[in-house]
Design a protein around this ligand. Structure first.
Ligand code: NAD
Length: 297
């Protein structure tokens, strides 16, 4: 990799659209050859406005890919018992291959308990400890969607990242930790940095690959980036501008980082569009896995 004055832009929107088209073909083939339509059940509890938008988008893209979409909208007052009964019913439903419980849940419900009640073989979000363990031991089945999307974006610019030093900023179960596992499986040398890390900038400066998933607007500066490095920005932050309007920015200061990096994802239009496409990918994997076919697509 050589440094360049202006980084190559990694077009997540286009890459996600191509992935969805590829999935639609694979779904049609599965239907023709095995008579099976992959089904995704999404459970939404309450009326969080952002969750409503996510669930609507998931439904539309699921249907567009030729899959079956089962939406279950429950009131915010739903009891723990009622929600667990719903998960149990979906676990047993043969038409449902993937189950997703939209987060965040209302405060009286324990997200860990609910997610752990999902059948690991239907856990298309990849959050169940069984799937975290499968990933950590080289038996990956369902990997959380956002890190899978990041890996696909990374591989769009470098097919084999073997031997490169990847620095992952953030250690959440949803992004940071599974991202680090994926990069390790791809033979990268992986450093995970987080809120207690000493000399964060110094460590990021050593990275050939930077994945920023810390949830702090424009935190990673251009002078932390090694010339030519690949920068994957997971952050989604809304900041208020001088004119009072809000703007979406990532965890990386795009203006300065894009002058130094070899390739970089924009926000919006980078990692964001990949997440639902990877959820559909996991749903197809679930349907194939149940049929005893090669799980990977
Ligand atoms: P999180 O809050 O669960 O975890 C953030 C992590 O960053 C923590 O492990 C913490 O140790 C680390 N961190 C926080 N402040 C830090 C600092 N100052 N220096 C170094 N590390 C620090 O967040 P998350 O769920 O992993 O999400 C991270 C970001 O990614 C958020 O902006 C979120 O909106 C975004 N996100 C985007 C998508 C997508 O589809 N594009 C999906 C999930 C999350």
């Amino acid at each position: 990799m050589s440094g360049s004055a202006t980084a190559q832009l990694i077009d997540g929107k286009a890459i996600a659209a191509a992935l969805r088209a590829q999935l639609a073909d694979a779904v049609a083939k599965l239907k023709a050859e095995h008579g099976v339509v992959p089904g995704l059940a999404v459970v939404l509890v309450g009326d969080d406005p952002a969750s409503q938008v996510y669930v609507r988008n998931k439904h539309a893209q699921t249907v567009e890919a030729g899959m079956a979409s089962f939406e279950h909208r429950l009131p915010a007052s739903t009891s723990r018992e009622a929600l667990l009964a719903m998960v149990d019913q979906l676990n047993k439903d043969p038409l449902v291959h993937g189950i997703l419980v939209q987060l965040p849940l209302p405060a009286h419900l324990d997200a860990t308990e609910v997610l752990n009640a999902i059948d690991p073989d239907k856990d298309v979000d990849g959050f169940h400890p069984v799937n975290a363990g499968r990933l950590a031991t080289g038996q990956a089945l369902f990997v959380p969607c956002t890190p899978v999307g990041c890996e696909l974006l990374l591989r769009s610019v470098i097919a084999d990242p073997s031997g490169l030093h990847a620095v992952v900023i953030g250690r959440s179960n949803i992004v940071g930790k599974p991202m680090a596992q994926l990069l390790l499986a791809a033979n990268c040398t992986v450093t995970i940095v987080h809120s207690r890390t000493r000399d964060l900038a110094g460590l990021v400066r050593q990275a050939d690959i930077v994945v920023a998933a810390l949830g702090r607007a424009e935190f990673v500066k251009g002078d932390w980036i090694k010339p030519g490095a690949i920068v994957i920005d997971v952050g989604i932050n809304r900041i208020e501008q001088a004119d009072g309007k809000t703007r979406l920015v990532g965890d990386v200061d795009f203006a300065s980082a894009s002058q130094v990096a070899g390739a970089i994802t924009p926000v919006p239009g980078g990692v964001g569009p990949m997440t639902i496409a990877c959820l559909l990918r996991n749903t197809l994997i679930a349907a194939r896995y149940r049929l005893g076919l090669d799980g990977q697509v």
